[in-house]
Ligand binder design. Structure first.
Ligand code: C5P
Length: 222
């Protein structure tokens, strides 16, 4: 692929989404939120009652997945079979379901080409867990964003409070620990920094500091 690609990988709740959006906007490039694809697939599987279905059926669901991303003002809305599922997709329960189906190698394979199709001119910012290692191993610039579990839990709790959503701090922390374990320890495409990635530990950084660190690294590469 002769399209410039920036990959942004890291654990959940680390602020990859915010950084990726800012970078995509800065360069005027396409944004791939690969987590949203796994989340929409999880929703589709739950809607169809296929939680315990054989892998073959999950793969068929993945291949047939009718997902669309539409820009709306400054945010991106997600559609499953023409239905706006933006809210349902963001729910914690959907993220947990997504991280379970994401452990299945055949399901990941079924989503591979769909993700690669986002690499169109003038460029792509790809946000996920395995963007730099599996989906776009030849990406021009690779970033790996990390932060302590407690810092990520604190940010998530703050977001939930801002949104006026109910939140149990202990549960939020526990969910993050469990999702991390699943994402880092799975046999296929585990969450790990690519050897050529810049690792940014954001535990003690502001969003602006993360953005500036990333941009400086990117500018040196191009
Ligand atoms: O990033 P987000 O929290 O939206 O992703 C939801 C889940 O989907 C993750 O916990 C992870 O298990 C899975 N995922 C993945 N590979 C990606 C993106 C997400 O396995 N590239």
């Amino acid at each position: 692929i002769d399209v410039p690609i920036i990959t942004v990988d890291g654990p959940s709740g680390v602020g990859k989404g915010t950084l990726s959006q800012a970078l995509a906007q800065h360069f005027g490039w396409t944004l791939l939120d690969s987590g949203a694809i796994y989340r929409v697939l999880a929703l589709s599987i739950l809607n169809k009652g296929l939680e315990n279905a054989p892998v073959k059926q999950l793969v068929e669901t993945a291949k047939a997945l009718n997902v669309e991303f539409k820009s709306h003002e400054s945010s991106i809305e997600v559609y499953l079979d023409g239905v706006n599922v933006t809210k349902a997709v963001r729910q914690e329960s959907t993220g947990i379901a997504a991280s379970k189906i994401a452990t299945i190698a055949e399901v990941r394979d079924a989503l591979l080409q769909r993700q690669r199709n986002f690499a169109i001119k003038p460029g792509l910012v790809a946000d996920g867990r395995d963007m730099g290692t599996v989906v776009f191993p030849n990406a021009s610039v690779k970033l790996f964003i990390d932060a302590s579990t407690q810092a990520r839990a604190d940010r998530r709790i703050y977001q939930l409070k801002q949104a006026g959503a109910p939140c149990n701090p202990e549960e939020v922390l526990q969910d993050i620990i469990e999702r991390d374990k699943r994402d880092r320890n799975r046999a296929v495409a585990p969450l790990i920094a690519a050897v050529d990635a810049l690792i940014i530990d954001t535990t003690h950084l502001t969003i602006t500091e993360v953005y500036e660190t990333a941009l400086k690294f990117i500018m040196n590469k191009f």
